[in-house]
Design a protein around this ligand. Sequence first.
Ligand SMILES: [Zn+2]
Length: 172
Amino acid sequence: MPDPPLLPMASRLLAQLPGLRADPQMALLGELKALPPDDAAEVALQILEHMDESTGVLAGMTCANLVAEHGKEGHLPRLEAARQRVPPFPGLRDWRRDVGDAVEALQALAKKRCRCSATRTSNTAPSEKLFETLSSKAEDYVDVMEVRCRHCGCTYQVERDDSYHYPTFSWR
Ligand SMILES: [Zn+2]
């Protein structure tokens, strides 16, 4: 099956994002996040399929997170193909892991499980769109949060550890 034609918004963002500093990038990506969820997932997936080094890590991460949150099981083959070709960017942690997390979220859907079951293994922060924070308290060196999936109601305990250069998260 051929890939769907590039949506006008995807081609516009792919043309505009390169070279922008963080603030205008955030404004453009905010437009993408404001789309209805199905449209946001399709445009975000198309950007992942067509982006290159010039598009930037911020756009890549935002799009990966949108696909993880709103993508459908049917997006999985295209997302897996995109993961093979998205560009690396130097950084503290490899941003392509976010694309891997999105793949896992859609794989969970394919197995008829809630996408939140994939988040548990990701070591990333709980997404506000996917999870409601029930409580948060500081314990010794970590913040312990209780979060609940907005979709299936499963609750998880998440520890946020700030003792490294950047926060790390562990899920239970
Ligand atoms: Zn869930």
